[in-house]
Each structure stands twice: as C-alpha cells, then as structure tokens.
Design a protein around this ligand. Structure first.
Ligand code: HEM
Length: 181
C-alpha cells in the first residue's frame, strides 16, 4: 500500500491509495460497509500478489508418471514451484504488474475425493497462500487480519515509509520495516 502511495505500480480500475482511504472510512452502519471490507481485502490480496511473502514451494513427487505442465515426473523428483513467478504470468493474470482490486479471483472448485472433505474454492491467480492440499491453513484468518490491519492503518492516516526493509544476515527474513508519521 505504501508503494502504491509512492506510485511504484500502475493503478487500474480506481484501485488507488486515495480510493483505499475512502473504503477504510466507511462505518459499519453505512450501506456499503460490506463492499468496503471486500475492497480492502482485495487491496491486501493485490499487495501480497505483487510482493509475496515467499517465492517458491518445495514438493517431492510421490508416484511415477505424474505430469506437470506437460513434463513427466518420476517418483522422488523434487519440484520447485515458483508461485511468485506464476502470479505474475501474463498468460494467467492480465497486465500482471498493475495494481487492480477488481480482478476476477478465478475461483475454482477444490478437487476432493473420498478421503478428504470438500473445501472452499481456490483462486487461480492469488497463489500467495499456496494451492491444493497443503494450501495455508491460516489463509482465511490471515486474509481477515490483513483486511482489518489495512483498514485500521489507513484510518490513522498520513503514514509513510521510513526506509527500506532491513533483512537478516542471510537476506532471508525481514528483521525490521519502519513506518511512521
Ligand atoms: C499473510 C500471511 C500468510 C501467508 C502469505 C502464508 C502463506 C503460506 C504458504 C505459501 C504456505 C504453503 C502452502 C503449500 O505448501 O502449498 C502456508 C502453509 C501453512 N500456513 Fe500459512 N501463510 C500465512 C499466514 C498463516 C497463519 C496466520 C497461519 C496460522 C494461523 C498459517 C498456517 C499455515 C499452516 C499450518 C500451513 C501448512 C499447511 C499444510 O502443509 O497443509 N499461515 N502458508
């Protein structure tokens, strides 16, 4: 969101920082409150799509003759799933580098079988919580947390970024990120 304010991304379909401020200001007793929460959720999803928390997931193929993207995989093959690249693939996500809170999430039914109860549909473009059987268990909680955090921070107003991310020695984890008035 702060990068959005700094004009780092092209903004489509009224997905501006100023519009986010508008949605954050809607009160619970106003008619478009439900829409405002949904919009803020999409701001959080778009931000996480463009700057995801991780980049790859590791999988080990457990059976022979699995096919992934047209490639045949043998049992024991280690697969690096570069989901951070997939969510920027223009063949799947139109104009992927732009910030657009009106994107179709492309929800698809979850594949279920006898050993597993059916699950809520999953998005084909917001892959930052993973996809499939081991998709993040905390995804709904974290989506609501991000939505409410965003709403609270935007309502404080005039927050600005106070420097770049400070990473750990291996450059793996963010140790500090300063924002202030
Ligand atoms: C923005 C916040 C979060 C992001 C981006 C995130 C992302 C992810 C990703 C990418 C995976 C791997 C999915 C896969 O292997 O296919 C994962 C797994 C998991 N996450 Fe999260 N996560 C978040 C928050 C949380 C929270 C708040 C919880 C718990 C309350 C949680 C619990 C888990 C668990 C238990 C798994 C393992 C699921 C499994 O292997 O079946 N996550 N998460």
């Amino acid at each position: 969101m702060l990068r959005l304010k700094e004009d780092k991304y092209e903004v489509l379909n009224d997905s501006s920082f100023e519009q986010a401020l508008y949605w954050a200001d809607v009160e619970p007793d106003e008619p478009d409150y439900a829409e405002s929460l949904e919009r803020l959720r999409k701001y959080a999803l778009e931000a996480l799509r463009l700057e995801p928390q991780g980049e790859v997931l590791l999988r080990v193929c457990v059976q022979d003759n699995d096919v992934l993207g047209g490639v045949s995989l043998g049992k024991g093959t280690v697969v690096f799933v570069a989901y951070a690249a997939a969510i920027l693939d223009p063949e799947v996500v139109p104009n992927p580098a732009a910030f657009d809170v009106t994107r179709d999430e492309r929800l698809t039914p979850y594949l279920c079988n006898q050993e597993r109860a059916s699950e809520a549909p999953q998005s084909l473009i917001y892959l930052q919580h993973g996809y499939g059987r081991h998709k993040c268990l905390g995804r709904y909680a974290s989506e609501i947390t991000m939505q409410e955090l965003l709403r609270a921070m935007l309502r404080i107003g005039s927050l600005v970024r106070r420097g770049e991310l400070e990473m750990d020695e291996e450059n793996w984890f963010v140790m500090r990120f300063k924002i202030g008035f």
